[in-house]
Design a protein around this ligand. Structure first.
Ligand code: HSE
Length: 408
């Protein structure tokens, strides 16, 4: 018998209890033992809940109960989630979490405690919602040296971009629909400013490259500066604009990590990923490109990933010692953003073709209907962030848009 506590009864927490109850029989068969939710922690009251007997507001009851084997943290946020998770691991309980903020900020430390205490710390639901990615990256692709990862990692922004592009829906309407559907973070600026995608690419990069990549080391841009004009030029380019979190092994031994809106060519598997769907492309030196696709947010998809972790934690309570990465206070292995190289889409005003070619050399021009006469849009060859910024600054006109072009 595995006894479980679920911390948080919000969207994912209530979904987790629902899935555990709904599929109890088959889950217990897979876990090889009965599974029982003994406690649900939440500060709110749920007098009409069928599980009302299980609610507690006191975490001490849970962490001090020797019967509890698995603590499931689905509260989100750093505090008190970090304190609760750390205390659970130190008390010899396995932890399952969907909390990307927690794993991105404290993953190395919590994995080390789990290893020391010989218990599990699982976080499949922290990246990609219902998409299996942590375990495939850690186990199924273990023959590969991971060369790069690029993903549409935020369902809310992908939903907003899709609605804006396909249905001409205004940004605010698309965002409030995403909120109503339970996709968005409590503070949706974490979605639209790219912070949520940043946390997720940090988790994937830490796992793939073996050292903790902290969000502060990652240049992060959201989708708020993407305009309908850029969308039109991207159509002429033959692709789609997507918010991409990416990490790539470089020849100098470092890794480049960034979150930014990007032009993605139409033939890329990422280009056709729409609505709340996420997709993560993993580039291995042996397997080549593998793409993981599915619902990246929402109650039941995310709860499904949490419950799968619970089943695996119940089957083997002792530490998965290889699901691990080193801590690294020194982030020198992460390339400085100004040195990161890629092609850029630039939209400029008050710049002639001659001036553009003198400054940028070989460029590929883009067109759109009803562009003002003094607007110029083109794709550069590969340039570092610094080279691109310096060249734009040297021009007499103004830069209206600078969006990376990624080859994934
Ligand atoms: N706000 C997140 C998203 C939820 O939209 O992807 C899933 O992590």
């Amino acid at each position: 018998m595995a006894k479980i506590a679920v911390l948080g009864h919000g969207v994912v927490g209530s979904g987790t209890v629902e899935v555990l109850e709904k599929s109890k029989q088959s889950l217990e068969k897979k876990a090889g033992q009965p599974l029982e939710v003994k406690y649900i922690l939440d500060l709110r009251d749920f007098p009409d809940s069928p599980y009302k007997e299980k609610f507690t507001k006191d975490y001490g009851v849970i962490v001090n109960d020797p019967e509890i084997d698995i603590v499931t943290e689905v509260m989100g946020g750093l505090h008190p989630a970090y304190d609760y998770v750390k205390a659970a691991l130190l008390a010899g309980k396995s932890v399952v979490t969907s909390n990307k903020e927690l794993v991105a900020a404290k993953g190395a430390e919590l994995l080390a405690i789990a290893r020391e205490k010989n218990v599990n710390f699982f976080f499949e639901a922290s990246v990609g919602g219902g998409i299996p990615i942590i375990r495939p990256l850690h186990q199924c692709l273990s023959a590969d040296k991971i060369m790069g990862i690029a993903g549409i990692l935020n369902g809310t922004t992908n939903y907003i971009l899709t609605k804006m592009i396909r249905d001409n829906m205004p940004f605010d309407t698309a965002l409030s629909t995403a909120q109503q559907l339970g996709y968005a973070e409590r503070d949706p600026s974490a979605d639209i400013e790219g912070t949520d995608a940043c946390r997720k690419i940090c988790i994937l990069a830490s796992l793939a490259f073996g050292k903790h990549v902290y969000p502060d080391s990652v240049h992060t841009e959201g989708i708020t500066a993407v305009t309908p004009e850029d969308v039109e030029y991207c159509e002429n380019f033959g692709g789609s604009i997507k918010l991409i979190g990416w990490a790539q092994r470089l020849d100098n031994g470092k890794i480049a990590v960034m979150v930014c809106p990007a032009f993605i060519a139409g033939e890329s598997q990422l280009a056709g990923v729409n609505d709340v769907f996420n997709a993560i492309m993993v580039r291995g030196d042996t397997t080549g490109d593998v793409v993981f696709y599915g619902k990246g947010a929402g109650k039941l998809p995310t709860a499904g990933a949490v419950v799968a972790d619970i089943v695996i934690a119940a089957k083997s309570h002792s530490s998965s010692r290889t699901l691990f990465w080193e801590d690294s206070e020194d982030q020198d292995f992460v390339e400085k953003p100004e040195n990161i190289v890629c092609r850029h889409y630039l939209r400029l005003s008050g710049v002639t073709k001659e001036q553009a070619e003198q400054t940028f050399g070989n460029v590929k021009y883009l067109v759109r209907a009803s562009a003002p006469e003094d607007e110029l849009a083109f794709i550069t060859e590969e340039l570092s962030e610094k080279e691109c910024a310096d060249k734009c600054a040297a021009l007499s006109g103004s830069t209206l848009a600078n969006i990376r072009v990624l080859d994934y």
